[in-house]
Design a protein around this ligand. Sequence first.
Ligand SMILES: N[C@@H](CCC(=O)N[C@@H](CS)C(=O)NCC(=O)O)C(=O)O
Length: 242
Amino acid sequence: MELYLDLFSQPCRSVFLFAKAVGIPFEFKHVDLAEGHHYSEEFGKISIIRKVPVMKDGSFILTESVAILKYMAQKYSLSVADHWYPADLQQRACVNEYLAWQHTNLRLHGSKVFLLRSVFPLIMGSEPPKEKMDAALEDLKQSLNLLEEKFLQNKPFIVSNKISLADLVAIVEIMQPVGTGLDVFEGRPKLIVWRDRVKKAIGEKLFDEAHEAIMKVSSLPQKMQDKSKLEILKPKFQKLFS
Ligand SMILES: N[C@@H](CCC(=O)N[C@@H](CS)C(=O)NCC(=O)O)C(=O)O
């Protein structure tokens, strides 16, 4: 199995962490987004969507992290512990519920804060407008509130007393704004305890390995020095934040 990944990307980290944590063998194919490798002719043959992650299992190619995670959990169901993607109908439905919710909530809002704080100044050559930043932070706060109140409640993990794909997908998204120096855990003791549980369940060393790049996000300016690459991204940003 080949996994096309850039660990700067949250969905790539969830796929990477899951495969590593449960011992699924794979070949790591690095697609450097800051270098624009996803626009290459070679990557276009793998996925015309031109986003990572992508999984290639023999001649079968799959995009979308959530689909890839479920594929891996089901393909290796004999060796992957049940709690990751429970066979129980209602528990599995709860994992699916979180995975469906997060796309337009925690992922969307955490990504916006990340992009505004770290990438916007590089591409647009100015600080993000205050009203955009404030709105993005407010949206992120609302998503974190829902993660605590609707999904975690008083359980150790999102679905039960064991880690599942839902926790994995949640933590990688939360770490994106954290990488920009924003302490999203401030004043959230429940979330801190949960984060530490998730880290422990995955293994701290593996967790840190996956997050090394994003925790050094201040190195992005050096990586994105090529002005022509920044120009490609400008219209995307204008559209996203106009
Ligand atoms: N829904 C997709 C999102 C994939 C995605 O947006 N990947 C980003 C990195 S986080 C990407 O490859 N962006 C490149 C681009 O948009 O140019 C998933 O969960 O896999």
